[in-house]
Every structure is written in C-alpha cells, then in structure tokens.
Design a protein around this ligand. Structure first.
Ligand SMILES: NC(=O)c1ccc[n+]([C@@H]2O[C@H](COP(=O)([O-])OP(=O)(O)OC[C@H]3O[C@@H](n4cnc5c(N)ncnc54)[C@H](OP(=O)(O)O)[C@@H]3O)[C@@H](O)[C@H]2O)c1
Length: 244
C-alpha cells in the first residue's frame, strides 16, 4: 500500500450534513487525511463546534449553513463553497412507517432533501472539477436501497436514486478525471437513525450495527487516490446485510 495515496493534502472538501452523525465523522476523516473541510449543516452552533474540534486536532475547516430543503439555498451553498475538489453528499433524512401514512408533503421532503439537493450540488460543482481534470464525489446512499425494508419504501427509493445518479454521473464526468461513487451504510446509531439500530444490526452477517468511523473510513477511501480505479460504484458498508 502506498500511504501517500490516502492523502488529501491541498484538497478542499465540502461535506453536507457534517454537523452530526456520519457527516461529522466523514468531515473528521477527510480533515485527518489533509483536506480543508467545508462543514455544512443547518445548526450553526454544532457546525462551529465541529470546526473547532477539527482545528484542535490539527486540521482546517470552516462552516457554511444552508437548508437543503430549499433549492435556492442548495445552489447558494455551491456558490459559497467555490472550487471544491471533493463533494460528499451526506445530508439527508429518513422516514419509516406504513406507506399509506406517509403524507405527500413528507414524500416531497424526502426527495428534495435526499435527491434534489445532491443533484443540484453535483451539477453545480462537478463541471468545474471536470474542467480541472480532477475530483471525487461520494454520495451517502443506504443499505435500504439494496434490501426491502418494510416501512422504508420512499426512503429506499431516494437512496436507490442516489446510486442511479452515481452511475450516470460516473459516465458523464469520469472521462474527465472526476470519480463518482457512493457508500451504502448499514444501521449506525446516530441522532438521525430511525428504528431499532441494534436489532437491525443483528440481521447483518457481522451481527452488529456499524460505527460512524467505519462509514467515514469508506468515504475517506473513495475520496482519495487510494481508490483511483474505482468509479460508478455504490460500496456496501453494511456488515454484509445486502449479500444475504
Ligand atoms: N444512521 C444510519 O443508520 C444511516 C444508514 C444509512 C444511511 N444513512 C444516511 O446517512 C446520512 C447521514 O445520516 P445520519 O444518520 O448521520 O443523521 P444525522 O445524525 O441526523 O445527521 C443528518 C445531517 O444532515 C443534515 N441535514 C438534514 N436535513 C438537512 C437539510 N434539509 N438541510 C441541511 N442539512 C440537513 C443535518 O444538519 P443539521 O442537524 O445541522 O440540521 C445533519 O448534519 C443521511 O443521508 C442518511 O440517510 C444513515
């Protein structure tokens, strides 16, 4: 293994939803690999805290707030971020329950928050990466995109959409040096996790939930030159659950 191939020194990374959970862990991971990280979220207090913690650990970061349920704010975030080398489309929300109890408004929120925001950010930032001939995009899909979970129809569809976008964007941008991949995490006990994470973890081959760091490691790999021949892939980081 070439240790330098994991280095993100000199790179700028935008991580959406980095004020909490998987995004926060990914922000720390990319900063530890040497990237300057733009920490995004809605909650400024937690955003500033994440920035301070990254800097205390020797990294570099700044916070940008945007509500990605508002398409104008998603586009403004891309403008404020400027020339980024790495985009992690992590921000998202989940809803689980009987399909006839999902309101049209919440269905709309799921697709806006999980799909449309990633689409707008990627379509705004990837062309400049392609012009520079270098970039990495990692979207956070879900195990729910790969296995049928009762109550998860709409959420699963949003996450499967991210995998479809990942393949199409790889075809569109990778010939010009921008790798586009996704991770599909299994259950991880975060503030945003829905349902019984421990019980869902027991259904995996590994018999346990994942940790934020295990998901962040996969994101750090796909964001770095260590994965230089990988594009268009959704990497399952789910204790093997999608394999059975
Ligand atoms: N945890 C799991 O088991 C699991 C499994 C598979 C996939 N995922 C996916 O992983 C991603 C992160 O989830 P998590 O579990 O880490 O949840 P989390 O702890 O609740 O974090 C969600 C993050 O997204 C941000 N966010 C949510 N809606 C937003 C919006 N409309 N505009 C701007 N920011 C928004 C939040 O920002 P603020 O708090 O600042 O508002 C927060 O930083 C999601 O896409 C989720 O679907 C999670």
């Amino acid at each position: 293994m070439n240790a330098t191939s994991w280095s993100l020194s000199g790179k700028t990374a935008l991580v959406t939803g980095a004020t909490s959970g998987l995004g926060r862990a990914a922000a720390f991971r990319l900063a530890s690999q040497g990237a300057e990280v733009i920490v995004h979220g809605r909650n400024a207090a937690r955003g500033v805290q994440v920035v301070e913690e990254i800097e205390l650990a020797g990294g570099h970061a700044r916070f940008v707030a945007a509500d990605l349920s508002d398409t104008a704010e998603a586009i403004a975030l891309a403008e404020q971020a400027g020339d980024v080398d790495i985009l992690v489309n992590n921000a998202g929300l989940a809803w689980f329950g009987p399909s006839d109890q999902l309101s049209a408004g919440t269905l709309d929120e799921l697709f806006t928050g999980n799909v449309e925001s990633a689409y707008l950010l990627t379509s705004s930032l990837a062309p400049a990466m392609a012009d520079r001939g270098d970039g990495a995009i990692v979207s956070v899909s879900s195990m729910a995109a790969n296995v049928g979970l009762a109550g998860g129809a709409a959420y699963s569809a949003t996450k499967a959409a991210l995998s479809a976008l990942t393949r199409a964007w790889a075809a569109e941008f990778s010939p010009r040096g921008v790798r586009v991949n996704a991770v599909a995490p299994g259950p991880v006990a975060t503030a945003g996790a829905k349902g019984d994470t421990a019980a869902l973890g027991r259904t995996t081959i590994m018999g346990r939930p994942g940790t934020e760091e295990e998901i962040a490691d996969a994101i750090g790999f796909l964001a770095s030159p260590a994965s230089s021949y990988i594009t268009g892939v959704t990497l399952a980081v789910d204790g093997g659950r999608a394999a059975i």
